[in-house]
Structures are given as C-alpha cells and as structure tokens.
Design a protein around this ligand. Structure first.
Ligand SMILES: *Cc1c(COP(=O)(O)O)cnc(C)c1O
Length: 367
C-alpha cells in the first residue's frame, strides 16, 4: 500500500517554479520570489547577511523580539546599526523613521517587522516605505505574521526584501518560507563580498543557479512535503479569496478586543490603539496581581487546543496572546478563548461578565 506522505513522485523544477509564481501572485509582486527551504528565519537571516556589511548603515526598527534579532545579525555583519525602539504596546510612525534619517542621513538600509505576533502590533509599512524610498535606502520587511491577515504589497510599498512564512495567517506549513527580492537588492548582494555564497544561507546561489538558469534545475532536493503543503495552502487561499481570509483575521482581532473589554475583570488590550493592533493575533494585558502565564496555564487545562499563549520571556508575567490565525481565525475560537480566560479569572476570584463578552464578540463579528 502506498503511504500518503512517503511514496510520493519527485517534486520537479516546473512544479517548484509554479509554486513560486503563486506566491508572487499572492504578494502582487513582479520581483523575483525564492521559496527558501527552511523556516522563515532562513530567508530573514540570509537576506541580511546577503546585503549588509561593514559599509552598511542600518536603521533597525524594534517593535518586538524579532527586531532585536535583526539588529544582532546586522551588527554581526559589521554594519553600523541605529536601533529605533518603540514600546511594544504601540507602533512605529513614518515620522519617527523620517527623524532617524534626518539625524543619520547615511542610513542605507532599513529593517522593519510588519506585524509582530509576539507583541500584537502592526506597523504602517506603506507610509514608512515612502520615506525609505525618498532616501534611497534598501527596505527589508518581515511580513511573516502579516501575510494573509492584512495586505502585504512589496511593489506598491517599495519593499526590496519581503520575507513571508505560511505558518501564521496563511494556515500553512512552517518548514518552507519565501522572500521577494528587488533588482536593487540583488545588485547590493552581488556587490557584497561578504554575502554568503555556496551556503545554505545564500540567496545569491538561488539567483545564479536557479533564477538566471531559467528555473530549470533545483540546487538540491526540495522539502517535498512542505512544498506540497504550501501549494495546497495557496490553493485554499485562492479558492476562499485572499480578501475573505484577511477579513476573517480582522474580525477575529476586533472581536477579541471588544470581547476582552466587555469581559472586564481587569483584562485589557495590550496594544492601546486598535489601529495599531495586528489582525493576526491579539495581545491582552493580564489584570495586575495575576501572572499572565498562570491564567493561560489554567485556561488551557480545560481546553488545551485553544490558541492561547503567554508572552515570551519577560512578557510572560503581563501578556496573554490570543493567536487567532489560520484555522483559528473564527468566531468560535475567539469566543472559546475568552470563555476559558473568564473561567481562569473566576478561579482567581475575579468578577467577569461572560455573557457581555459573548455579545460583544457576536456584535464585533457582524460589523
Ligand atoms: C512567527 C514569526 C516569525 C517566524 O517565527 P516562528 O516563531 O518560528 O514561527 C518571524 N517573524 C515574525 C514577526 C513572526 O511573528
């Protein structure tokens, strides 16, 4: 008997190229798209190591833990790095980016995370892109947590390196990822003596041996199962419609915010402004005196499949994450998550109004 995961026909170059074309359509981009054979950290790191070096002056925007990681890679490449950090409960503004350029006109690289699932904020990439383009800097964007939940438009926004993964709002696999690369970014890499070559981190290898060769021969055996899962996930998004997938995430975020507010008990949206809250996941501030990680652990005791998590590292004390993305971008998942949090709060002796939360969720979902 053939096994559905094991006994597969080889995945050829044609099929691989057609999946890349589908990703390009999803991003409405004319740029080259490379599907990288690893989790999104692979192209995130590969794109920085490919373009940055001792001659680089980078503006690294930090709105969450990934921004910190990018700054570390940039420094490791020898770049001069100016970190622009904003509190995790807010977003960066185009004006702040403009001010950074005014202070350091030599900035020629900007790294930004679009939406942060880990902190629940989302940044105004279109507006920031205008500033970056005016200054002629290379624009690097981590859109892993935004793609599928809100528009991601590298060409319209002037993004030179746009990295996506399928494991969040796309509801797809985590083991492959993709990056769109502008002509300017390729030129920067080609001119960078430190860019990885003949390396798993090398995007240039894919440019020279895959793209420039007309996408006829793959560099190595592809991650076949993950590629098939990515193809299936793109197919599903095309069937349902990207707009509908994004609308579900928007509704889930609005419903979670409204439901948490109606629930009471001291639970509050972590990101102050709704306009700066990411559609992919909603973060909540635990009531003072109760550790978020305790609340989440208690909520998950009765319902282990709910998309609830405490914040990472030091945020575990104060932040609750409702990861309403992919298959969990539903009214049911939002309602069940808030109900489980309500039960945990009640156990702590806190008064909450579950019925009001349910009504608020239903109302926000209809809007
Ligand atoms: C989720 C995410 C990634 C990918 O990281 P994993 O934790 O491995 O899924 C990268 N960047 C951002 C902003 C993310 O939210």
């Amino acid at each position: 008997m053939t096994h559905p995961f094991l006994d597969l026909a080889p995945l050829g170059a044609d099929r691989f190229a057609s999946i890349e074309d589908r990703v390009a359509r999803l991003l409405a981009t004319e740029q080259d798209v490379v599907i990288t054979q690893g989790e999104a950290l692979l192209p995130l790191e590969g794109a920085i190591r490919g373009t940055a070096g001792p001659g680089t002056t980078a503006l690294n925007v930090v709105t969450g833990p990934y921004g910190q990681t990018f700054g570390n890679w940039l420094r490791d490449c020898g770049a001069t790095v100016y970190d622009l950090s904003v509190p995790y409960h807010t977003a960066v503004t185009a004006d702040q980016v403009e001010e950074a350029f005014a202070e350091h006109p030599e900035i020629d690289f900007v790294s930004l995370v679009h939406a942060e699932a880990a902190t629940g904020n989302t940044n105004p990439v279109a507006e920031i892109g205008e500033v970056v383009r005016e200054r002629g800097a290379l624009f690097y964007l981590d859109a892993v947590a935004s793609v599928g939940a809100e528009p991601v438009l590298p060409d319209a926004w002037g993004v030179d390196l746009c990295v996506i993964g399928a494991q969040k709002a796309m509801g797809g696999p985590a083991g492959v990822s993709a990056v769109s690369v502008s002509e300017r970014a390729w030129a920067r890499m080609a001119a960078n003596p430190r860019a990885p070559r003949r390396s798993y981190l090398s995007l240039l290898d894919w440019k020279e041996r895959w793209i420039d060769g007309g996408r006829k021969a793959l560099l190595h055996a592809p991650a076949q199962l993950e590629m098939l899962a990515l193809e299936a996930c793109l197919e599903r998004i095309e069937e349902v419609g990207l707009d509908e997938v994004m609308a579900r995430h928007r509704r889930a975020a609005a419903a979670t915010r409204a439901g948490a507010a109606a629930l009471g008990g001291g639970l509050e949206p972590y990101v102050h402004e709704a306009s700066e809250a990411a559609p992919v996941a909603t973060t909540l501030r635990a009531p003072s005196g109760i550790a978020a990680s305790d609340l989440v652990a208690r909520a998950l005791e009765t319902a282990p499949a709910l998309p609830l998590a405490a914040g990472g590292g030091p945020l575990a004390k104060e932040m609750i994450r409702v990861n309403h993305y992919g298959a969990d971008a539903t009214r049911e998942a939002v309602e069940a998550s808030l109900t489980a949090l309500a039960a945990a709060l009640t156990d702590h002796g806190t008064d909450v109004d579950v019925e009001a939360a349910r009504r608020a969720v239903a109302e926000a979902w209809r809007r």
